[in-house]
Design a protein around this ligand. Structure first.
Ligand code: SF4
Length: 420
């Protein structure tokens, strides 16, 4: 979501005469921050600190901060970092033109988003284009800042999304990733309540040679209609990212997740049984407040039982103003969290390897994303529809091509093959 916001910010700034530049040469430096974990927040402040030193040393630069940390900390940032010139929140992106013209230090934080405006979006020239379909979240998981920093769910209209998708295809992108904190909740706030499955079908009908991906799915919001649409869609990739977070019911309840292990298992199994070559990936938190060793081992057990293809992991990080962040007396010690994270990562490595091995011997379509040269060989890297990374040698294909590849070897994180 932040990458997509940055592309919108670049589009707006270019409209007002700014050009992208390197960090060392820029006149105006803006950092788009993430506050999902403390580490990302600390990194942002350290970056601003470095820019501040440059300013103190006499460089004529302007410094801006936006994104979730800005939304959360507001003017407080000026107190700690007096050399910052501009602070704007996640809901103020389309107000940027006005903010750029203001004199002196400016802080603009809204509680609600202003409606989107038609500025060109400067997308990174790549294979994949990010396309936000909605923003915000209504779920209030106890560890998460998103409902506070991004607000409640707001869906974009189907017309706006289709218009942007057509532009993306026209620009030559080969893949569109639909973004939302909870894509399966799409449309509930719109007139006529169009569903996510309906949106997927409308996008699938667009002409062109491209793939459609989407992220993130909240387990209990995935409908049979979505599963069926992914199964039948010609451009919709067979890949679901469904964060489980914990494999223990008591912890899930403490996290305010609206499912238990049994319900999550039913959804994953249904997807795995219905759709050929599908991958299901997840997210897990190690050391949520009060998590016992036994409860953590439930998570390890579930990852193995569910046959998940890959998962992101993180040690629990207390976030300001969240209910879990206030459970100070229940915090798990850092060394225990660290150890659990290592075990979690080892389990995920094993799961990823087991998943990759299942594809050896199959011939599947790869969309080429990168090329490199090694030992006088030209190697291409791409992804299967289910998002698995594949490497193969080729002299005739290029980045952006769809190539049939026979997969003949699996490693932990990728597959190797030869073009057919
Ligand atoms: S569903 Fe995701 S974005 Fe929403 S509150 Fe929970 S973790 Fe945060």
């Amino acid at each position: 979501m932040n990458k997509s916001d940055s592309e919108r910010i670049m589009g707006i700034m270019s409209h007002f005469g700014y050009e992208p530049s390197s960090e060392d040469e820029a006149d105006f430096l803006i950092i788009n921050t993430c506050s999902i974990r403390k580490l990302s927040e600390d990194k942002a402040y350290s970056k601003i600190g470095n820019w501040g030193k440059r300013k103190k040393d006499g460089e004529d630069i302007k410094i801006g901060i936006c994104g979730c940390v800005a939304q959360q900390e507001k003017e407080n940032i000026f107190k700690k970092y007096p050399y910052v010139d501009l602070i704007f929140g996640t809901h103020n992106i389309y107000e940027l033109p006005g903010l750029l013209n203001k004199e002196g230090r400016v802080c603009a934080i809204r509680d609600k988003a202003v409606s989107e405006k038609d500025f060109e979006i400067i997308r990174n020239k790549n294979i994949n284009a990010w396309l936000p379909i909605m923003e915000g979240c209504n779920n209030f998981c106890t560890y998460c800042v998103v409902p506070y920093t991004r607000g409640r769910e707001r869906s974009r209209t189907i017309e706006n999304i289709i218009k942007e998708a057509k532009q993306i295809i026209k620009e030559g992108f080969r893949e569109i990733t639909l973004l939302g904190q909870n894509v399966d909740s799409y449309g509930k706030d719109l007139e006529g309540k169009p569903t996510f499955a309906h949106l997927l079908r409308e996008l699938d009908k667009l002409e062109g040679n491209f793939r459609i991906r989407f992220t993130t799915s909240y387990p209990t919001d995935i409908t049979d209609d979505v599963i069926e649409t992914v199964k039948k869609g010609s451009k919709i990739c067979e890949c679901f990212h469904i964060p489980m977070q914990s494999g223990n019911d008591r912890i899930l309840k403490m996290m305010n997740r609206r499912y238990d292990v049994q319900k999550y298992t039913e959804i994953v199994k249904k997807i795995q049984n219905e759709i050929e070559n599908v991958t299901v990936t997840s997210d897990f938190i190690a050391g949520f407040p009060s998590e016992t060793e036994e409860e953590f081992q439930d998570t390890i057990k579930q990852i193995k039982l569910l046959g998940l293809d890959y998962s992101n992991t993180a040690a629990y990080s207390p976030r300001p103003n969240t209910p879990a962040g206030k459970m100070v007396d229940k915090f798990v010690a850092d060394d225990i969290k660290k150890r659990r994270l290592i075990e979690l990562n080892e389990t995920i490595k094993e799961a990823s390897f087991n998943s990759n091995k299942k594809y050896v011997g199959k011939t599947l379509e790869v969309l080429v994303e990168k090329e490199k040269f090694e030992d006088n060989k030209r190697l291409l890297e791409g992804r299967l529809r289910n998002n698995k990374v594949v490497h193969f040698e080729s002299t005739k294909h290029n980045v952006g091509d769809f190539v049939l590849v026979k997969l003949n070897k699996a490693s932990i994180w990728c597959l190797f093959g030869e073009e057919v």
